[in-house]
Design a protein around this ligand. Structure first.
Ligand SMILES: Cc1ncc(COP(=O)(O)O)c(C=O)c1O
Length: 386
């Protein structure tokens, strides 16, 4: 049997990892500034993470959500304390798209409405409802129900209010920093205005923190810089450092009922153990504060490179906007032993390292990038395009 080929693959297989480094099947080492797609938060093969998962696997790998699971309860408690959302409750699932779908269901159960506002160029996942609120027609099959979606302009509050005036909306869902679009930041004052508007129209505010959350931007959740408190927060990626886990944080005014949500695997013993290990390491190693500090430093260094690069993002969620498509540049970085991310904007390179990456490691990237940009291939590029 062949695989159903839906991914345009990079020509390499990663077989092991340690901290910010991974090794391919030929034994070549790479500095991982892609984090396996913003997933690796505490670093590959972290000792605490490995030991906790090994111990749990030896005790019990799985049992169903129809019995008590004290690991889930510990995870909820610790997540509440570390994120500052102690009075919210947690629903656990398996992926980002699932967390988004569940957040939409929770909103609709809560206010009995079915229409949503999301944002142009945003991405929320590939399952049916998450895809419907994603603004990318290229990845949508014909016939996907989308009558309940309205797309507003990021950082344009009038475009949101115009929709709220016309339609009976259940929730507004937004990425605090659009990841796949190419690191487009929702400005803090825009998020504050959005919160006010959602209250005015009795609409739930949903923050999709699947890529930006779990410390990546130097705050537990990226929206916390704006001082807002959403009704629902979705998370996944960095939450399990590679173990599949997702979740929704739910405002205390939203009440659960039996049967409202459910999943076989969500929050299982291993997934919750992975989530707890991540939280423990984030705290022990002060990784969120350190992501902020290293991110500020790194962004300054990137901005000082003598080349036409626009730098967007915060902490360790960074977009480098070049005046040319980055495909060849990204391949050259791979040749030079550095993995980075692309985005749906062909000119944007995404940098999404583990929060434990060191300044020395980030310096390797800076020096390699400068050398590549000085080569004739790229030297002239910045002047020839726009
Ligand atoms: C902001 C955002 N939301 C949702 C998703 C979907 O997550 P998953 O691929 O785990 O379903 C992603 C994935 O990249 C994402 O970046």
């Amino acid at each position: 049997m062949e695989l159903f080929e839906v991914y345009p693959l990079m020509d390499l297989e990663i077989v092991s990892g340690n901290g910010s480094w991974v090794t391919d099947a030929n034994g070549k080492k790479y500095l991982d500034l892609y984090g396996g797609h913003a997933v690796i938060s505490i670093g590959h093969s972290h000792e605490v993470y490995l030991n906790k998962l090994k111990n749990q696997l030896e005790r019990l790998g799985f049992y169903s959500n129809s019995v008590h699971n004290s690991i889930q309860k510990k995870l909820a408690l610790k997540l509440g304390e570390q994120s500052g959302y102690v009075d919210y409750s947690l629903f656990l699932c398996n992926s980002g798209a699932e967390a988004v779908e569940f957040s939409m269901k929770i909103a609709s159960f809560h206010n009995g409405k079915s229409e949503f506002i999301s944002f142009k160029k945003g991405f929320h996942g590939r399952s049916a409802a998450a895809l419907a609120i994603t603004d990318n027609d290229k990845i949508k099959p014909a016939g996907l129900p989308d009558s309940y979606v309205h797309f507003a302009e990021l950082n344009n509050i009038d475009s949101v209010e115009a929709i709220l005036k016309e339609h009976d909306i259940s929730g507004v869902i937004i990425e605090p920093i659009q990841g796949i679009a190419g690191i487009n930041v929702a400005e803090p004052d825009f998020l504050q205005q959005l919160e006010v508007l959602c209250k005015k129209y009795g609409v739930l505010l949903i923050l999709d923190e699947i890529q930006a959350g779990f410390g990546r931007t130097g705050h537990f959740f990226a929206h916390q810089l704006a001082g807002i408190k959403p009704d629902l927060i979705t998370m996944a990626k960095g939450m399990g450092n590679g173990f599949p886990i997702g979740g929704v944080l739910i405002h205390p005014d939203i009440k659960p009922s039996y049967g409202m949500l459910g999943t076989t695997f969500g929050g299982n013993h291993l997934a919750s153990t992975a989530g707890l290990a991540v939280l423990e390491v984030l705290e022990e190693e002060d990784l969120i504060e350190s992501a902020r500090e290293k991110g500020d430093w790194f962004i300054d260094q990137l901005k000082s490179i003598d080349y036409d690069i626009k730098v967007t993002g915060r902490g360790l969620m960074i977009g480098l906007h070049f005046p040319f498509p980055i495909k060849a540049l990204r391949s050259l970085l791979v040749e030079n032993g550095i993995l980075t991310g692309s985005s749906s904007n062909p000119n944007v390179l995404r940098i999404l390292p583990a929060l434990s990456v060191s300044k020395e490691e980030l310096n390797i990237f800076l020096e390699t990038l400068k050398t590549i940009l000085q080569s004739t291939q790229f030297k002239d590029e910045q002047f020839s395009i726009g």
